[in-house]
Design a protein around this ligand. Structure first.
Ligand code: G4P
Length: 528
């Protein structure tokens, strides 16, 4: 492809993820963004909310209804000649590895806060992942129509708790029941709020500034006075917004609105297109950069999903294109297997629908059929694989043995274990020294176990028993160190046959290390 054309395609792409504590409004915002992009016609398509209330997680509710959230790794839509790839960050209460890895595929984060609650536990964790990657983050303060915290308290919370400068680009006129609209500081335009799900029908209008007389004519004196005081404070106190500082992850531009009323979103979206970076050069392990335009096709697998469609029972690997052009049927080198693979079937997913993707560009997310060859972190490329930074793998912190209730279902049990472990929902070990020979599963949180068991039942018709084990720490060891191990260790092998030691506490592991300095314990199997 002509590099100028490819550059143009790259420039118009924005690949991002919404990060939010459950209930802040992530799904509602997603839905409204899709409405703007024309990807859906009606509000309410993204999820059926009633189901969700009774479910313990989005995942399980989605499992019931097979809605968008589960079966889409990313939603693509066009808006104002831009192509937006919105990555789906699973909204588990439990913070899972899945979420981490999805964020690895995003170039920008959109942090949604509930104006009444501010920065919450999950916000902090998700923010940290974005921060560690150095990706820029925009903030959308949602639910301005409900009772809110003080706006300056909210900004202060972002700065103190998250450690990033929060710089408002718009400012609310009134809050909660008195919420009248938002004022764009740059445009000097007041956008008027209308409490209606389809979005504001009220006009926006330019004013000369906070002192404009129109405000006095139309709104209560106390609301106007408060607004003027706020604007004065902002103009005096808050340092000006600098795009480069935002791109460096040093400050976050702040917007206010009400997702459910479709208010403040268009303004946000327009600024987002302007501010959020297009897919850029990626840092490589050797210190070089991967040029998205000049380098041949490359992509990495960040998510693997089994049983995308119950009828087909197929497994899909989701890849993010990092450079060059993907064309359906392309012959790529699979870096881990060191062999060529033909990517003949490639799809974009939207709920139950899938569409064949013939061509994709850097920033795009596509699903390719996974006959069991792709794992999270694999790199596919034309020619030599770029040395992309490895995706994080987290050492599990809780363990259990998992057994099949009915020996008749053993075949399905084995298949389910293998396929679901491939998705990275949890870690699978085979014990060498512990228990009855049942497989050991390891996870970061209990929810992962629940989801795993539930999926084994639903998708593989296998009922299981879970027996918690007392371990909390796992460390991988090289084959050459195995001979040096004492006999009283808890040794297991992971799904790739790499040996791991399980310890009950961090203290036990440190004690072991001290007594066996010649045995190198690795936090990550790739270090072995
Ligand atoms: P999540 O994906 O982040 O978990 O949040 P979600 O969008 O599901 O929103 C959580 C709840 O907050 C929903 O109410 C949603 O309607 C509501 N909500 C979202 N944005 C706003 C807003 O700007 N103002 C107000 N007042 N509420 C908002 P729900 O009761 O769970 O569902 P529903 O019965 O209202 O549909």
């Amino acid at each position: 492809m002509n590099p100028a054309l490819l550059r143009k395609e790259v420039q118009r792409r924005r690949t991002f993820a919404i990060i939010a504590h459950p209930d802040a409004g992530k799904t509602t915002l997603t839905e409204k963004l899709l409405l703007y992009g024309g990807a859906i016609q009606l509000a309410g398509m993204v999820k059926a909310k009633k189901d969700r209330k009774t479910a313990t997680s989005d995942w399980m509710a989605m499992e019931k209804e097979r809605g968008i959230s589960i079966s889409s790794a990313a939603l693509q839509f066009e808006y104002k000649d831009h192509v937006l790839n919105l990555l789906d960050t699973p909204g588990h209460e439990d913070f899972s590895e899945d979420t981490y890895r999805t964020l690895m595929a995003a170039d920008t984060g959109v942090m949604v806060l509930d104006a009444g609650k501010g920065v919450e536990a999950q916000t902090i964790k998700l923010f940290k992942v974005c921060r560690d990657r150095g990706i820029p983050i925009l903030t959308f303060i949602n639910k301005m129509d409900r009772p809110t915290k003080d706006m300056f308290v909210l900004l202060d919370e972002i700065e103190k708790v998250l450690g990033i400068n929060a710089i408002p680009l718009v400012w609310p006129l009134g809050t909660g029941p008195d919420f009248k609209g938002v004022y764009s500081l740059a445009e000097k335009t007041l956008y008027l709020f209308d409490k209606t799900p389809s979005g504001s029908k009220k006009p926006s209008f330019k004013i000369s500034g906070a002192m404009d007389k129109t405000l006095d004519e139309n709104y209560d004196a106390d609301i106007v006075q408060r607004f003027r005081e706020d604007i004065e404070l902002i103009e005096e106190g808050l340092t000006g917004f600098k795009k480069q500082e935002f791109l460096n992850g040093q400050c976050s531009p702040v917007f206010f609105g009400s997702a459910v009323n479709n208010f403040g979103i268009e303004l946000f979206l327009n600024e987002f297109l302007d501010l959020a970076p297009a897919p850029d050069h990626l840092p490589l392990l050797d210190g070089n950069l991967l040029d998205p335009v000049e380098s041949p096709f490359s992509a990495f697998v960040f998510k693997v999903q089994a049983n995308m469609n119950r009828m087909h029972r197929d497994r899909i690997a989701f890849i993010r294109v990092t450079s060059g052009v993907f064309e359906r049927g392309i012959q790529a080198i699979h870096n881990r297997l060191d062999k060529p693979v033909k990517l003949a079937s490639s799809f974009a997913f939207f709920g139950q629908d899938r569409n064949t993707v013939d061509i994709a560009y850097p920033g795009d997310i596509i699903g390719v059929i996974n006959p069991g060859t792709f794992q999270i972190g694999d790199i596919l490329s034309e020619g030599k694989a770029p040395d992309l930074r490895p995706l994080p793998v987290f050492a599990p912190e809780i363990f259990a043995t998992l057994s099949c209730k009915d020996t008749q279902s053993l075949k399905g049990f084995k298949k389910g274990l293998e396929q679901l472990a491939e998705e990275g929902i949890l870690h699978l070990f085979q014990s060498k020294t512990i228990g009855s020979g049942s497989p050991i599963v390891g996870a970061m949180g209990r929810m992962q176990f629940e989801v795993f068991q539930r999926r084994l039942t639903d998708e593989y018709k296998v009922e299981t028993n879970l027996n918690p084990l007392p371990y909390q720490v796992s460390r991988w060891v090289t084959d050459s160190d195995i001979a040096k191990l004492p006999s009283n260790v808890n040794l297991a092998t992971d799904k790739n046959g790499i040996s791991a030691l399980l310890f009950e506490t961090e203290w036990d592991m440190n004690y072991f290390s001290k007594n066996h300095p010649d045995i190198r314990l690795k936090e990550h199997p790739s270090q072995v």
